[in-house]
Design a protein around this ligand. Structure first.
Ligand code: IMP
Length: 427
């Protein structure tokens, strides 16, 4: 029962799509377990580039069944347009499975996300504005709308009315917006029901049966460890659990079934939105990483904040996820620097700190302690094995591995599907 979890070890955008796609050929099911269309995966297949937001990247691998688990929040209009966009490009999406327990991002959740951010002003989170937080808040408040509700109009109406009771008070009295009527929301949601019906099923049963049958199931996390609602840089986080435990709650597969947890780790660091980021660069190096690494959000089009590799964060990701392996991505972006700084510890109020501080205030004050590693200038994109990398690139990888606490089992040396060095097989 090979069940693998693949998740971001930093603040998301580590290149998970590529890693999932690399495994795609041998994987029977690819499952998204949390988040929604706030995620952004770029997958390059041949000369085609695909930007996926909600769909699991396994949708591009024929023979693989993509699954949207119960822990995901779904904006039906986005899902349907992503599906039709792929269909127009000849991708068969008919195998998609959607959990009936997944929650729906309603139009009022999107409105609340946007107006709340505006209201927060300087204190805003920098959300993607896709309604993610308010939808999870409704789920926890037990006023959420689930996919299965689309198939019972009377229940749906009652639930939408209940949710809007409070929301309309807030929208009209606090934010000075117009009230939203239940009828308009129900009409829109019912309009999606028929189109989604062929995909909706009991995904918990399907996935557990698949594991019984020795199928390979890959759980694909959105965002990253430091954006986790429990283990991330709260409150500058997303509203779900991208960390490994989320794969279980967000899919209905028990922890005893998970065999491997792979952390995707970029060879440097990026972050979108607000919040602390100790190794952030505001100089020419930061601009160069952004330019060479193409660090612009797939979902929002926002420039990503860029900085050097942070081993403290990598160690933390190993710990909170129980990582068995790392997939190091974008090593090629670092080609050309004479020396590459790597953050090995923090200095907080004059003291050297080796591990991520649990206190938010301390983390906001953390200054990186750098070690300089020698760089390389050779093109590494054609390297097929670790030994084909220049000596200094090999040493950089080995140093990161030692500092991060789990073996680096694959290395991305270019954006293309085959521009990856596999060191240990994931299967
Ligand atoms: P939300 O997920 O839209 O609520 O946004 C919360 C925080 O998570 C913001 O800082 C976003 O920029 C960040 N975020 C959400 N999704 C992603 C992602 O896929 N990659 C990187 N950052 C993300």
């Amino acid at each position: 029962m090979p069940a693998l979890v693949l998740l971001g070890a930093q603040w998301g955008d580590e290149g998970k799509g590529k890693a999932t796609d690399l495994l795609g050929g041998s994987v029977d099911y690819v499952v998204r377990y949390q988040g929604g269309n706030n995620a952004g995966h770029t997958v390059i297949v041949g000369d085609q580039k695909y930007a996926l937001h909600l769909l699991p990247s396994g949708i591009l691998s024929p023979g693989c069944t993509p699954v949207i688990g119960n822990g995901v929040v779904i904006d039906p209009s986005v899902l349907l347009s992503e599906l039709s966009g792929l269909n127009e490009r000849g991708v068969d999406t008919s195998k998609l499975l959607i959990s009936g327990n997944a929650h729906i991002i309603t139009p009022y959740n999107v409105t609340v996300d946007k107006v709340t951010e505006r209201f927060l002003g300087k204190r805003k989170i920098g959300t993607t504005g896709r309604g993610i937080g308010p939808t999870y808040a409704d789920k926890i408040n037990r006023v959420g709308i689930r996919v299965q509700d689309l198939y019972d109009e009377s229940i749906l109406t009652q639930k939408v009315e209940a949710a809007l009771d409070v929301k309309n008070q807030i929208l009209t009295k606090l934010y000075n917006r117009r009230a939203i009527t239940a009828e308009q929301v129900v009409e829109e949601l019912v309009g999606y029901a028929e189109k989604l019906e062929p995909f909706v099923t009991d995904t918990v049963l399907v996935l557990n049966q698949a594991l019984e049958d020795d199928k390979v199931v890959l759980f694909e996390g959105g965002q990253g460890t430091l954006l986790d609602i429990d283990h991330g840089t709260y409150p500058f986080v997303t509203s779900s659990n991208p960390t490994a435990g989320g794969a279980c709650t967000g899919s209905g597969v028990g922890p005893t079934k998970i065999s491997r947890v792979i952390g995707i780790l970029k060879a440097y660091t990026t972050r979108v939105g607000a919040g602390p980021f100790p190794t952030e660069l505001f100089d020419e190096d930061g601009a160069a990483l952004r330019r060479i690494g193409g660090e612009r959000g797939v979902t929002t089009g926002r420039d990503r904040r860029c900085g050097w590799f942070d081993a403290v964060i990598a160690r933390y990701a190993t710990r909170v996820n129980g990582l068995t392996d790392f997939f190091l991505t974008k090593l090629d972006v670092l080609t050309g620097w004479e020396q590459i700084p790597v953050c090995v510890a923090y200095e907080i109020d004059g003291k050297r700190v080796e591990e991520l501080p649990y206190s938010q205030s301390d983390f906001h004050h953390a200054k990186p302690v750098y070690e300089m590693l020698p760089g390389w200038s050779e093109d590494i994109s054609r390297a097929k094995s670790f030994s084909e990398l220049p000596k200094n690139a090999q040493a950089y990888v080995k140093a990161l591995e030692e500092m991060s606490g789990a073996p680096i089992s694959a290395i991305g040396v270019g954006p293309g599907r085959d521009e990856t060095i596999e060191i240990n097989s994931f299967l």
